[in-house]
Design a protein around this ligand. Structure first.
Ligand SMILES: [Zn+2]
Length: 418
């Protein structure tokens, strides 16, 4: 589904290399801001929708959102995401801190700095081990939770400016950022800041969902407005090199449907490129990630997926099933809005986060209830929208089998489970 956007001279510039963006990767139509759940008393108000369209740069292959205008911040002020709500994520982070402490020999004279440190969900483990930490977190109410735990935190966005202020006091032996690189509109300023704040011989680790998995497993529902970039190992390597940094190792992780944990250092560091890094670069190339045609072909698969999802849900409804959704998360909103699935299909969506309950989903206005509603209303099918935590949810809600309830999730096609 090759398509070229804009007229000559009006193509937006690539967020990394500034080349004109002319190629569409996935066009998901008009969509409300994904995490912008609507309070019930505002459900009759007008609601903003913005184009949700991912483009690819034919020079550096950075997949990125087309620019869209907003008249207000992306988040409602009372919205906050607390990382500590997910137990499997906390376990992932605890294991990471143990691995890194051993691998880098971190101790009481080291400095760990985390970018987008949220409520201190990860730094708490380093702190408990006696390793000095510093969090950088732009959202004030989550930063306050970290401060209350005794985790030093600056309430700031990350970039070269913040990095210079931090570097006057300390530099990082370990500089880390989980699921933040894809969320920053100015990727150059973000990585330039990492160069400034990294000690000589220090290590950067960054985790982000892998673009190769997004393509191979049709994870287009991970495209939403807060997620500006969709990253391959090769493209992130190019961004690092433009800022005097270098990638020397990588680990592939199961989180978020397939993530990378990349390891970076200063360009003159003595550590050479690992076999894993060389192998992944070759695998991305073999999968076509260095060829713009691979990206142009993706759009047709997105459209075919929409047809499969709608056929599947219509068949369930025609057979008389009631369906509830699980997880009022961003990827669910992308899917529901793109496919036009509303309250005529899903009776409600439940979510364990009490801050979301009592609101309605943006766009579709499906009510968000506590997970207790599943036991009370006994839906025939529970559609798990965040497919990356499917196993965890199926375990938590295993009692739906008592009334013959079944689960549905994308894997990558939408299918029934149990
Ligand atoms: Zn580019």
């Amino acid at each position: 589904m090759a398509r070229v956007v804009g007229d000559a001279g009006t193509d937006p510039p690539c967020r990394f290399c500034a080349a004109p963006l002319q190629h569409v990767f996935a066009d998901l139509g008009m969509s409300p801001v994904a995490n912008d759940n609507v309070p019930l008393d505002q459900a009759n108000a007008m609601e903003p929708f913005f184009p949700l369209c991912a483009l690819v740069c034919a020079e550096c292959f950075l997949v990125q959102l087309a620019p869209f205008e907003t008249e207000k911040p992306l988040f409602r002020e009372d919205y906050a995401y607390f990382s500590s709500f997910s137990t499997s994520w906390l376990e992932h982070c605890r294991r990471y801190t143990e691995q890194m402490t051993e691998r880098l020999g971190l101790g009481e004279t080291s400095q760990v700095i985390e970018l987008a440190s949220n409520d201190g969900y990860l730094l708490q483990y380093f702190k408990d081990a006696g390793i000095p930490v510093l969090g950088i977190e732009p959202t004030e109410n989550t930063a306050n939770v970290a401060l209350a735990k005794g985790i030093p935190t600056r309430v700031q966005f990350w970039g070269a400016g913040t990095a210079r202020a931090v570097a006057e006091e300390t530099q990082a032996d370990l500089l880390l950022g989980n699921n933040v690189l894809a969320h920053v509109p100015d990727i150059n300023d973000f990585v330039a800041g990492m160069k400034i704040a990294l000690k000589d011989g220090g290590t950067i680790t960054i985790e982000f969902p892998h673009l190769l998995k997004l393509i191979e497993l049709n994870q287009w529902d991970t495209i939403y407005h807060e997620h500006y970039s969709y990253l391959s190992f090769a493209t992130v390597g190019r961004v690092f090199e433009a800022h005097g940094l270098r990638l020397f190792d990588v680990q592939e992780l199961p989180t978020h449907g397939g993530s990378l944990r990349i390891f970076g250092c200063h360009e003159d560091d003595s550590r050479g490129r690992s076999d894993a890094a060389s192998e992944l670069l070759e695998r991305e190339r073999a999968a076509g990630l260095e060829d713009v045609r691979t990206y142009l072909d993706y759009g047709a698969r997105v459209v075919a997926d929409k047809r499969q999802i709608l056929t599947f849900l219509i068949d369930l409804k025609e057979a008389g099933n009631s369906i509830a959704g699980y997880g009022a998360a961003a990827k669910g909103n992308t899917l529901l809005n793109y496919c036009g699935v509303g309250r005529d299909v899903l009776d409600f969506v439940c979510d364990a986060n009490p801050h979301k309950q009592g609101n309605v989903l943006p766009g579709t206005h499906i009510p968000i209830l506590s997970p207790d509603a599943i036991a009370e209303r006994r839906p025939d099918v529970v559609l798990i929208l965040p497919w990356n935590i499917k196993d965890e949810v199926m375990q938590q809600l295993s009692y739906i089998r008592e009334w013959g309830g079944r689960f549905a999730a994308r894997s990558p096609e939408l299918a029934l489970f149990g």
